[in-house]
Design a protein. Structure first.
Length: 117
């Protein structure tokens, strides 16, 4: 199983980014997927999740209304559209299998998001 996250960068507060996670090594369309955020010196926490079919999603309260998770089961990719970014969104973003918790111990390299003026 492999996850390759991309799309991060430096953005000013209020800006937007779109993260991508290309997954391989498993039947992507059969598994729920989720995005995780690890702020500096803090533990990784789930911010958004999507069911295998894409019909149900869930968000952490702090990102609800600003982030949108989606997926393309033909491209084996899950996305995280981020709007109105805040400095507290700074950190490394990862994806993994699961809807309420990460099901795999292995992680990709993540993609760094820095929100700063």
């Amino acid at each position: 199983v492999q996850f390759v996250e991309s799309g991060g960068g430096l953005v000013q507060p209020g800006g937007s980014l779109r993260l991508s996670c290309a997954a391989s090594g498993f039947s992507f369309s059969r598994f729920d997927m989720s995005w995780y955020h690890q702020a500096p010196e803090k533990e990784r926490e789930m911010v958004a999740a999507i069911r295998d079919s894409g019909e149900a999603v869930n968000y952490m309260n702090s990102v609800r209304g600003r982030f949108t998770i989606s997926r393309d089961n033909h491209e084996n990719t899950v996305y995280l559209q981020m709007h109105n970014l805040k400095p507290q969104d700074t950190g490394v973003y990862y994806c993994n299998i699961g809807f309420t918790t990460a099901l795999l111990d292995s992680w990709g390299q993540g993609t760094q998001v820095t929100v700063s003026s």
